[in-house]
Design a protein around this ligand. Sequence first.
Ligand SMILES: [Zn+2]
Ligand SMILES: [Zn+2]
Ligand SMILES: [Zn+2]
Length: 255
Amino acid sequence: MNTNLGRHWDEDSLATLQAQDNKVGYSGWEFRYKTLSQGCATHIVAAFDPTISGYNGLYLEDCTIFKTLQSWASDPEAAKKLWTFSEKLVGENSHANVRNGVLNWSNHCKWHLENLTMRCGLLTFGYTLAIAGYCPFCVSDETLSPSQRMQQWMTKSTLLNHIDKHLETGAKKECPYPPCRVALMNVADSRAHFQDAHCIEEPRSNCVSRKRKSEDHEEYVQDTNGETLKYVSKKAKNEDEKVQGRIVGPTTVIR
Ligand SMILES: [Zn+2]
Ligand SMILES: [Zn+2]
Ligand SMILES: [Zn+2]
C-alpha cells in the first residue's frame, strides 16, 4: 500500500531491496502497490475468518494460507534476531517483559524513571484513558520508592489537584521534572509550564463537570502486571457518564 509509512522510501530503497533479494536467490517478483482495501483484506481474513482458526501461526498472502514460504521467512533464529533488532530500534522491551513476568512492577517503574519523556500529563481518547499521568514533583523525589515516584494518575483533575498541593508550599526555582529543569518564576508560571512542556492539561472546559474531582476519588492501584487501563476511577467514570448524559440536548450548561 502506498501509505505515509513509506514516505522515506525512494527508488534507491527498492533497488537495494531487489539487490538483496537477488543475493539470496529470490528474484523475479514484480513490485506493485495494493489499494487500501486490497491491503486490508488479508488482515481482516486473519482476524475474523473462522475457517483458518486451526492454522494459527501460518502465513497468509492475498487472503489465503501461503504454504511455500522461503526458508528465511520461517527461520526462528532470524525471527528472533529481527525481533531483538526492532526492539533496539524503538528502544522498548520493558512492557513485554512485564507482561511476560520477567520484570516486576518496581523494576518496571525504575525502567520508566530511566527513560522519562517530556510528557507527564495523562492522555485520554474521548473518555478513555490511554496513558496514565505522573506528577513531576513525585517523579523527581528520590526519597520515594520507584513505584511511588511513578504513581499513576487516572484523571486530569486529580493530577492537577495533587500538583496544586506541591505548589502550595511555594513554587520551585526550576521545574522539578528530571529531564527538564528549566527556570520557573512563580506558581502561575509553573502551571503554564506544566501544561506547555509536560502536557498536564485542565479537564475539557466545554462541558458541565468543571469541578475538579478530589484526590479521594482516585483509585490508586499498585499494579503488578503493568496494565493501567482498567484502573480508571469508578467514581470519576460515573461522573463523566452523568455529564455525558446531561450535555446532550438543548440545555447545555457552559461554565
Ligand atoms: Zn510502563
Ligand atoms: Zn506529587
Ligand atoms: Zn519542566
